[in-house]
Design a protein around this ligand. Structure first.
Ligand SMILES: NC(=O)C1=CN([C@@H]2O[C@H](COP(=O)(O)OP(=O)(O)OC[C@H]3O[C@@H](n4cnc5c(N)ncnc54)[C@H](OP(=O)(O)O)[C@@H]3O)[C@@H](O)[C@H]2O)[C@@H](O)CC1
Ligand SMILES: Nc1ncnc2c1ncn2[C@@H]1O[C@H](COP(=O)(O)OP(=O)(O)O)[C@@H](O)[C@H]1O
Ligand SMILES: [K+]
Length: 498
């Protein structure tokens, strides 16, 4: 699903109207009809349409006509100066007048009447502001939104809940509290902002008749990952496959007291179907885990000759889980990067040891995937956690462009980007927020990279499957642990490969 901004809408509209000669009223009617599908007319009878005087308002006036045509009781309230009404909205407004559909121009005197109508309605349709809102909401607009929020039964917002800046997610003074948002063509970038989730309700993105090749041409290259994309990347195991077809991977992980991280990241790679998996670790860790790991091999990291040979032959390497934020970890990472050519996935202490030595990343462009959570990203970039949380996409893209790495910024709606294309992961939930989850993800991504997925798709698909499993398990488990996720990996991959 594409992500877009107010600007995307403007560019697309003008391209359609000027380049492809599609009159805006045609696009508006397409918007009306696509929104109409989600008005739940089978269960509701009384609709109050509250329209602004821009094109978002025009959508509402067209909806009023369609709902009337389907036998619904419709009352329209218009807020804003009629003389400012946009051309397309005026067309729909004149039709309503000609059809004697009751339309009220909201002013201080009839706010009480609006309140009564809202109270009696089954559904309020919010068409006050869409992508055109860019400044603080005041005065009668504020009062109208407040009355709706306080008295509604249900509110469905068209395109954007009125009050949200569609591009950056800022709430401009007040915002409609929507049960459902029917948005056109794009999932609006502003919806990604954490604080906005409380307003947008269930989001449905509908097309409004713009051909794919036009959307492609004006694309912001930002998407919500969908299942089909992931399924297309999971390789069918055909009967002529050899171990080598599924990659040779190494995991550098673990230290005294952190043997779990080594086990989890290694076992995740095994369960994802890597052909050959080797854990490279301290002897202390090796002695413990060689009894616990079965399919994976283990190698003492001090065995320089064998380590050098292994990493020179690897299809992918995972590095950092539980290794300790030490100079020694940095030295090992530097050695691995300088003595291998394959993709390297760096997590946890592999990232922490880089905080003042990011130039190492620049020496190995287009082969590294980093998987920081907000705290690790803050240490890497120097930004505060709150700044990163509110600007996840921009911070991740900036870092990816600067260091030519893939950035997977973990958390709610994980961001994955190579600096050019950006994917937001929709799966996963807070049941996964516990130690070891990141180690699992590292093992999955390393395995996928070793199996031949591109680095970007390894991260996108890894995040999706990791969250998909976590989400499904959380239906029965209060907390989802790494070992729960690892056990499910082969089942979900089988489901995806069908
Ligand atoms: N391709 C598509 O997706 C299509 C999109 N379509 C629809 O068009 C919508 C975008 O329409 P839009 O550009 O007319 O802007 P919209 O959101 O209606 O608001 C602008 C109006 O609000 C006013 N206003 C703004 N801020 C204000 C404030 N704080 N306080 C008070 N007033 C304020 C502003 O007045 P002004 O700023 O000029 O003073 C202007 O009058 C989009 O969301 C979608 O629903 C479809 O119909 C067709 C295809
Ligand atoms: N609220 C949440 N919603 C969705 N996914 C989450 C949420 N919190 C954490 N996660 C996921 O759980 C995993 C936690 O990983 P991480 O923070 O690295 O934990 P650890 O470092 O302890 O292993 C990440 O993949 C992250 O995306
Ligand atoms: K709206």
């Amino acid at each position: 699903m594409r992500i877009g901004t107010s600007n995307s809408t403007k560019i697309l509209d003008s391209a359609c109207v000027n380049e492809y000669k599609i009159p805006l009223i045609v696009m508006m009617e397409n918007a009306v009809l696509s929104a109409f599908k989600h008005m739940d007319i089978e269960n509701n009878q009384r609709y109050v349409i509250v329209s602004g005087v821009g094109n978002n308002g025009g959508d509402g006036l067209g909806l009023a006509r369609q709902l009337t045509a389907h036998g619904k009781e419709v009352e329209v309230f218009i807020v804003g100066k009629i003389e400012k009404m946009s051309e397309c909205s005026k067309i729909n407004y004149n039709i309503l007048k000609a059809m004697n559909i009751p339309t009220n121009i909201v002013d201080e005197e009839n706010l009480e009447y609006l309140k009564c109508s809202v109270k009696k309605s089954d559904i309020v349709v919010d068409c006050i502001f869409g992508t055109g809102l860019e400044r603080e909401i005041k005065g009668i607009f504020y009062n109208v939104i407040d009355i709706i929020n306080q008295n509604k039964n249900k509110t469905y917002s068209i395109d954007v809940p009125s009050g949200i800046n569609a591009t950056n997610g800022d709430v401009l003074g007040i915002c409609i509290d929507a049960d459902k948002t029917i948005s056109f063509e794009f999932y609006k970038r502003g919806f990604l902002k954490y604080d906005v989730k409380q307003y947008i309700g269930e989001v449905i993105v509908e097309h409004i008749g713009i051909p794919e090749y036009i959307l492609e041409k004006y694309d912001d290259r930002e998407y919500i990952t969908n299942l089909d994309l992931v399924k297309n990347n999971i390789k069918e195991k055909n009967k002529f496959s050899f171990k080598s077809d599924f990659g040779k991977v190494a995991l550098f992980a673990g230290s005294r007291g952190f043997t779990g991280a080594a086990y989890i990241s290694t076992q995740s790679a095994v369960k994802c179907g890597s052909g050959l998996t080797t854990l490279v670790c301290e002897k202390y860790v090796q002695d413990i885990l060689s009894t616990k790991l079965c399919e994976a091999m283990t190698l003492d990291i001090q065995n320089k000759e064998k380590v050098k040979k292994l990493i020179s032959e690897c299809d992918a390497i995972g590095f950092g889980c539980g290794m300790g934020d030490t100079e020694d970890t940095y030295t090992k990472l530097k050695y691995v990067l300088e003595n291998s050519k394959c993709p390297v996935v760096i997590d946890a202490d592999g990232l922490n040891c880089l905080k003042n030595k990011k130039d190492l990343l620049e020496k190995h462009p287009n082969r590294i995937i980093i998987t920081p959570h907000l705290g690790e990203m803050a240490r890497l970039t120097g930004y505060s956690i709150s700044h990163i949380r509110d600007n996840k996409v921009d911070v991740a893209k900036e870092f990816a462009q600067k260091y030519k790495t893939i950035v997977l910024l973990k958390g709610y709606e994980t961001v994955i980007t190579d600096g050019n294309y950006t994917y937001i992961n929709p799966t996963g939930n807070s049941s996964m927020a516990n130690g070891g989850m990141g180690d699992t993800l590292l093992g999955i991504i390393t395995s996928f990279a070793g199996q031949g997925m591109t680095n970007l798709m390894s991260a996108v698909c890894g995040a999706y499957i990791h969250g998909y499993i976590g989400e499904n398990l959380s239906k029965d488990l209060y907390t989802v642990n790494a070992s729960d996720v690892i056990a499910q990996i082969p089942f979900v991959m089988k489901e995806f490969v069908k």
